[in-house]
Design a protein around this ligand. Structure first.
Ligand code: MRU
Length: 365
């Protein structure tokens, strides 16, 4: 099944906090439940939380009481602010909510009632989810061109089906290379402290039969120095206008290691992860999560009681350490600023064309 799916007026999510022990599906029936699922990381990964938030907005629209449209729009804006507050770093969350609000404004502008609003918002959330799947496959195809036959690839965190609606970004590239029978091997960083690599990426690769070796994060340098790694590929939570990349804590260290060892460091992400409003990575809000996630593993305390622990959930990799950014619009090389601007513009144009095509089909029908 998909990680994020809407069925029978409910958002169905794979609960990523109990994997790999259990494959459990949870249902959210209110925007508040969606916000909580994002906050507690039952659903996680930038594109997946974007799609989940879009369905959260669709649920908010379904709950609107018949009445004045300005009130309905104000209710939706409040629901959007609440969803956005769940996690601050991945821009896909705000991107999806803002896109849903634009769809609401456009529908309300045609003097439609709340039923039409609910229908339009569910259609927009479905479009976001479908686009994510198509986008990931495109990223996989472009990224595959960069993967040599027999490559040993290091990846961090989880960027697969679980982090998206389906298929994955960096893991989508790995999936595409494996599908192309390139006989690749993957080093999976366990990704302390929440262990998205050990719990989720290892689970996904295992299901796909992709050869892997799980390592703790501090082993990456050792294997690079031995010549066991050919390249690193990671996802992103936010890419600023100059190409700086916020991603799971530990990514920056990997990029520095790649530089030291002369290895390519690739970032795979959809254009919905690009935030042209921020000039550089210093402006990105880094989520601080509970120190319990550092002092405990799977609920068991591993540090002395009361010890102070820091937990920035993300770090920023400066653009100069990034070899290329793989998007659904192609492989972008430095200088990233103009390349990112062009990619975002092309993605927006493609969306407009597809939306007007759908509109035309509806009119003809
Ligand atoms: O805290 P998480 O697990 O949501 O962090 C996820 C990551 O950092 C991923 O690398 C990123 O969202 C890209 S997912 C395709």
């Amino acid at each position: 099944m998909r990680t994020v799916e809407f069925q029978n007026n409910a958002l169905r999510l794979i609960d990523q906090t109990v994997l790999p022990g259990e494959l459990r599906v949870i249902e959210c029936r209110t925007p508040g439940e969606v916000r909580d699922a994002i906050r507690t990381m039952k659903v996680r990964g930038a594109p997946a939380i974007g799609a989940a938030a879009a369905y959260g907005m669709a649920l908010a629209a379904q709950a609107l009481a018949a009445g004045a449209l300005p009130d309905a729009l104000a209710t939706l804006r409040a629901a959007g602010d609440d969803l956005k507050s769940a996690r601050p770093t991945a821009v896909n969350l705000a991107w999806a909510v803002d896109r849903m609000l634009r769809a609401a404004d456009a529908t309300a502008g045609q003097a439609n009632g709340v039923d039409a609003l609910a229908g339009a918002l569910l259609a927009e959330a479905d479009a976001i989810a479908e686009e994510d799947v198509a986008t990931n496959r495109q990223i996989g195809a472009y990224g595959n061109t960069l993967i040599p036959r027999g490559a040993s690839i290091l990846t961090h965190c989880n960027t697969g089906s679980l982090a998206t609606v389906e298929y994955g970004t960096a893991l989508g590239v790995i999936r595409a290379a494996h599908g192309d029978r390139k006989e690749i091997h993957v080093f999976v960083d366990e990704t302390r402290p929440f262990l998205q690599g050990a719990r989720l990426t290892a689970w996904e690769l295992d299901r796909e039969g992709i050869p892997q070796t799980l390592i703790s994060d501090n082993m990456a340098g050792h294997f690079m120095r031995r010549g066991a790694v050919d390249l690193a590929i990671v996802g992103a939570d936010r890419i600023t206008a100059n190409g700086d990349v916020a991603n799971k804590i530990g990514t920056y260290t990997l990029a520095v290691l790649c530089k030291e060892h002369g290895l390519p460091f690739y970032v795979a992400a959809p254009t919905s992860t690009v935030d042209l409003a921020l000039a550089n990575g210093d402006d990105i809000t880094i989520e601080e999560r509970s120190s319990d996630e550092v002092t405990q593993i799977a609920g068991m305390r591993i540090a002395p009681a009361g010890v102070r622990a820091a937990h920035p959930a993300f770090d920023v990799t400066p653009h100069r350490l990034v070899t290329a950014i793989i998007t659904e619009q192609g492989v972008l090389r430095p200088p990233f600023e103009p390349a990112l601007q062009a990619a975002v513009a092309a993605a927006e144009a493609a969306r407009q064309t597809s939306a007007s095509g759908n509109e035309e089909t509806r009119v003809r029908a």
